[in-house]
Design a protein around this ligand. Sequence first.
Ligand code: FEO
Length: 392
Amino acid sequence: MDTKEITKGIRWVGALDPHRPLFDALIPLPDGTSYNAYLVQGSEKTALVDTVEPNMVDVLLAHLDGIEQIDLIIAQHAEQDHSGSIPTILGRYPGAKLVTSPKGKGMLTSLMPIPEERIITVEDGETLSLGDKTLKFIHLPWVHWPETMVTYLQEDRILFTCDCFGSHLASDELYAVDETRVMRAAKRYYAEIMMPLRAVILKGLPKIEALDVAVIAPSHGPVHDKPQPILSAYRHWLSGECKNTVALPYVTMHGSTQNMVTYLVDALAKKGVPAEAFELTTTDIGDLGATLVDAATVVFGTPTVLGGPHPNVMAGAYLVGVLRPPVKYASVIGSFGWGGKAAEQLTEAISGLKAEMLPPVMSKGLPKEADYAALDALAATIAQKHGECNLM
Ligand code: FEO
């Protein structure tokens, strides 16, 4: 897409990446992503807020065609999808200084060749004038790394937030016009990038909420010209408030675990508890992550392989553990042929979730009447627990 004007003197000059398959070599990107960079032209100086993934630097340079001077390059975050083109841009604009937090300076200089004399560090709350526009830097650690900061353009009430409030969407539209689509993408993005750091981000959120913001301009996905929906969603997601839903990641080999998963989903539905199953060899784990943002319960389903859980379920349990969802209850269901410790090992693997463990249900071979009765009992327990918490 061409550059897009947000308001007089402020333009989107980033790059769309619609075909990138994975982020962090982990989460699928069904809608691609974007690396948003913004040019802010004041009456005396020009600033570039963030850059782009280095393999897309040519797009950024094309978008800066005709811009003869950049005075300040603002590096809000050291991760390479925003900082990786800084050396090229510093080369293109030899008079430019790089502006970052003190921690950002240390991280950027360890990640790429940047001469220290070209770096200016800014403290929390410090401002820099561009003439008729003023940039205020607000340190907001852990959105997404420890050095992260956001930038408030005071006169235009635009908040540049880098990863925070982003979404992986390579959209031709500058703004979040299709709110449903953007919020779905933002929730999925939140699950991977922000949910693991929920507690510390929640502490920093009031710093943003105290600002008078007309536009939120993140560094991935569309710009929010109506800030309230995304601010409200973050307030809700960060609160850890759960819904009356169950996430059921599982693998099946010969059908026994599949039967149990299908039966449990039906049994939960009969008790008024919606459940969503995710077959881990084929599922988009971004969807699993989004469901875990506010699911009250997670139940892992596994066959027994060489005495333990299926390796893909163990990998899924590890992933869920590092995403740190606010689930309140957890359990394990599955099957075995002649023995093993699948339930015990899986229970141990998810112990870091700090969820109340409900009794596992393991079937010898194909599930039989007693196994289905145990699944009915598990569904009843989950429904009762959710009811006690008044989950909606
Ligand atoms: Fe979009 Fe943490 O980088």
